[in-house]
Design a protein around this ligand. Sequence first.
Ligand code: PMP
Ligand code: GLN
Length: 378
Amino acid sequence: LTSKLPQVGTTIFTVMSALAQQHGAVNLGQGFPDFDCDPALLDAVNAAMRAGHNQYPPMAGIAPLREAISQKMAALYGQAYDPADEITITAGGTQGLLTAILCCIQRDDEVIVLEPAYDSYVPAIQLAGGVPVGVAMTADYRIDWPAVRAAITPRTRALILNTPHNPSGRVASAEDLQTLSALAEQHNLLIISDEVYEHMVFDGQPQHSVAAYSALAARSFVVSSFGKTFHVTGWKIGYVAAPRALMNEFRKVHQFNVFTVNTPVQYGITQYLQDPRPWQDLSAFYQAKRDLFRQGLAQTGLRLLPCEGTYFQTVDYSALSDLPEVEFARWLTTEIGVAAIPLSVFYQQTLERQHVRFCFAKKESTLQQALEKLQQLG
Ligand code: PMP
Ligand code: GLN
C-alpha cells in the first residue's frame, strides 16, 4: 500500500497524553478540560434521548439547532446565515475543516497555512490533493502579511485562518481581517476560518470573525465547535457556516463523509443554547484561569508569551534549556511531571525556537499542582 500521508505519524496530542499517563505527569499537553460540563447540558441531552430523539436527524442537522446558531451569529457578528442552506452541523471542528477543504480544494491547488498551524490542516489539504504552503507567523505570533503576500501565486486557492489561534493564543485584529479581506478579493481566495475558540477572547476584546466582514464572509467557511464552548470535547459536535453556493458543495461531501451527526446531542445543545450565559461567560471563566496560571508561571524561568484568547499559554524556555522543543516537552513530562506540547510539530519548516504550549483548561487544583512542579525550574 502506498501511503497517502507518508509524513504523518500519530498526532502529538495522543503521544503526549500517553506519555503523561505513563509517567503520572500533570497533563497540560492535549487541549481538553479536566472538569465536567454544566449538569443542565447533561440533563438536556438525557431528556432528548428519553424523548426518543435517537434516529438519524436531517443530513444538515436539526432545524432548531441551525436556527439557534444562525441567531447567535447574527447577534454576535451581524451576518444573517440562512439556517436552511447556509449552516451544517458537523462532527466537531475537525470534520468541518476536513469537509470544507475536501469540497473546495482541487489537485495541485495551493493553500496558505499560517504556521504554527493546528495539526489537522496540512494532512487535510494533502488528502484533497492540494499543496499546503506554510507561512510562518512573526516571532510574537502575529500574521506576517508581507510573507503571506509573497507566498501567493496564481495557483493559490485558499487560506486557512485560525483566530483565536492555537497554539499561540493570539487573536486576529480588525486590521488583520481588513487586510485579509482585501487580499482575498484581489486574488480570489477562499477562506477557511477556524474559530473554534471564538468564545475565549480576553481583556474585553471582541472576537473578529470573518462572519463580521461581509466581503470576507461571502468567500469563507466559518468553523466552530461546541466541544470547546461547552466543555465537552468528547462529544464531537460543531458546525460550519458558509454562503449558499459554498455550503451546497460542503453538503455534497458531508453527506458521504458522516451523513449526519448524533441526534440527542443536537437536541440537548439546542435546548441549552436558549440561555446565552454559558457562552457569554466563557471568556471571563477562562481569563481567570489564564491569570492564575500566568501569575504562577512568572515565578519560573519560563518567559510568557502573550495570551489573548484560547485556553493555551505558550512559553519560551530558552533561559532554562537548549534542548529542542520535542525533547524539552518529553523531559518536562518525564522529569518535572508536567506535560506540554512542543510548537515545532505545528510547522512544515524547521525553526530555531524554544517554545512549548500549556493548556490551562484545568481545575484550579490541577493548575496549582502543575505550577508547584514548574516552579522547581525557577
Ligand atoms: N481547530 C483547532 C484550532 C483546535 O484546537 C481544535 C481542537 N483541538 C479543532 C479545530 C477541532 O475541534 P473538535 O475537537 O471540535 O473536532
Ligand atoms: N485541539 C486540542 C489541542 O490542540 C487537541 C485535539 C486532539 O487531540 N486532536 O490540544
